[in-house]
Design a protein around this ligand. Structure first.
Ligand code: 0CM
Ligand code: SF4
Length: 335
């Protein structure tokens, strides 16, 4: 009898791993604004040598920050931590108040602005409404650098922050025309709720020409919603200070997944969380590199027989231009 065709289990064989289906939400991870911001730091190091200073984490991800530190980037929270050594400073993707480039100009510092163009768009809209005589209601989270940056585009008192539906119900803006703006990385559903309350109270409230919540935030939330009901657990790869990543975790549970966890990277993820489960999902915030998603999958493979299924709800083709000083000069062709 041919024993090899159907080998008997021996005591030495590893027990079969339990099967686990992993739904990978798409889009996930890096957006065009994060990609551009990281490139700005890398190209600045190439062009100007080290150190290149970066005001605030270029994007909210330790792995990205540590990678850039290894290449010669020095991260600071404020400009006054930077010596006058002639080296450039880069402003993070989240944007800065006007006082920051003003202070850099006053010190004749060379600066490069890695503010995401979609955050800059919110700044310009807020300015436009203010120039038209409106008071601005900014929907966002107090203390987040993007909110600090957006409020800092306008004089003190021009913007009132509204954090949630409760505040929307009680906020007392000054009399006169009103417009709203939002942080780019909010929950689409929470923001709709806040706006319902504001519109009921202030029917003349002017809106941005184009939605402030960005395409990347919207798509990543839609992708998580698409897998939530099929998943017994969703792992969101991202940092605790990353607004869009934190929102993805919340969206997952609200959309019907019984449990969602936020993990910075694979080594912080305990695959035993998936014990006894058949299907889990993975997504990643806009500042989380794909290699960190791969780490989580690798941790799962240590314990389970993993089958991957991609669930992609949107294609993203957006690429943003680099700031002018970093664009590669066109090479002249000689014929
Ligand atoms: O705004 P948030 O905290 O989500 O920032 P992030 O660095 O995690 O993501 C990219 C951005 C922006 C602006
Ligand atoms: Fe820009 Fe949106 Fe990415 Fe933030 S999450 S950097 S606003 S594209």
């Amino acid at each position: 009898m041919d024993q090899t065709a159907n080998p008997r289990p021996t005591g030495l064989q590893a027990p079969a791993k339990p099967p686990l289906t992993v739904l990978l939400a798409g889009p996930r991870g890096f957006c065009a604004g994060v990609d551009r911001a990281i490139k700005i730091v890398e190209l600045a190091i190439e062009r100007y040598g080290t150190p290149v200073y970066v005001r605030h984490e270029i994007v909210h991800n330790r792995f990205v920050v540590e990678g850039l530190q290894a290449k010669g980037a020095v991260f600071v929270e404020e400009l006054d931590e930077i010596p006058d050594d002639g080296q450039p400073v880069i402003f993070s993707a989240h944007g800065v108040p006007r006082s920051v480039p003003a202070a850099a100009d006053a010190r004749q510092m060379l600066y490069l602005d890695a503010t995401c163009p979609l955050v800059s768009k919110v700044h310009r809209e807020a300015e436009r409404h203010f120039a038209g005589g409106s008071h601005i209601l900014l929907i966002g989270h107090a203390g987040h650098p993007e909110v600090v940056g957006t409020m800092g585009q306008l004089p003190p008192g021009a913007v009132t922050l509204v954090e949630d539906a409760e505040q929307a119900a009680t906020v007392q803006p000054p009399p006169g025309p009103l417009a709203y703006a939002t942080q780019t990385t909010l929950s689409v559903d929470d923001t709709a709720e806040v706006l319902d309350v504001l519109r009921r109270r202030f029917p003349e409230l002017s809106a941005p020409v184009k939605e402030d919540i960005c395409y990347a935030t919207t798509n990543r939330q839609a992708a998580v919603k698409a897998i939530a009901e099929r998943c017994e657990l969703i792992v969101v790869v991202g940092a605790a200070n990353s607004s869009n990543s934190v929102r993805l975790r919340e969206v997952a549970e609200r959309a019907g997944c019984p449990r969602a966890v936020l993990v910075p990277r694979g080594r912080d993820f305990d695959p035993a969380l998936a014990d006894g489960l058949r299907t889990i999902g993975i997504s990643a915030g806009a500042s989380a590199p794909e290699v960190l998603v791969e780490e989580v999958v690798a941790r799962l493979r240590e314990r389970f027989d993993v089958t991957i299924e991609d669930v992609t709800v949107a294609e993203e083709k957006i690429i943003f231009n680099l700031p002018r000083p970093l664009r590669t000069p066109r090479t002249a062709t000689v014929e």
